[in-house]
Design a protein around this ligand. Sequence first.
Ligand code: SF4
Ligand code: SF4
Length: 190
Amino acid sequence: MKALHSHNDFYERVVRATPGGDLLDTCLQCGTCGGSCPSGADMDHTPRALFAMIMAGMEDEVLSSNTPWFCVSCYACTTRCPQQIPITDLMYTLKEMAIQAGRYEHPHAAKFSETFVGFVEERGRSFELGLATRYHLFHHPQNMVRLGMMGMGMMRRGRLALRPKSIRNIGQLRAILEAAKTIAAEEQPL
Ligand code: SF4
Ligand code: SF4
């Protein structure tokens, strides 16, 4: 596809590090991604805004944004993007670049991300009640009463599971994750 925008070095590195990343050039700035995102309220920038900043070569601002760290990899944006841009994978690339550039500046956002990854490694899937409880208990204990009341309301409506469930063959997933960590450790910096 013909390039729609002139590109900068930062854009090129982001695209090269992301499978299917060249589709970023086709972003329509429609905002569907941000409108689909469950973490949007906590993000410094919507995915749409972050992509415009990448196009503009705003490397420091992008790598300092908390947005990738609040991404919980739900793929809602990716499945709804009219241009099939791999938004979730781009968030992974930006997290990796931020770590390598020493811009791991959002302890709460990073902890949120680590809490999510912890559940996936343990159970093979996210567990919303545990994710919120574990994250806020350790990092925002003052929020627990408000969250507890909200959680009770969601449970009454059957919108929140009380117990985490593991996927079948969790052992296979753990082996895959271990292999992925080994490959990642051997990869060259971006
Ligand atoms: S949904 Fe896709 S095309 Fe629309 S702003 Fe987001 S990334 Fe761009
Ligand atoms: S994958 Fe990340 S950026 Fe996309 S909707 Fe989910 S949380 Fe938001």
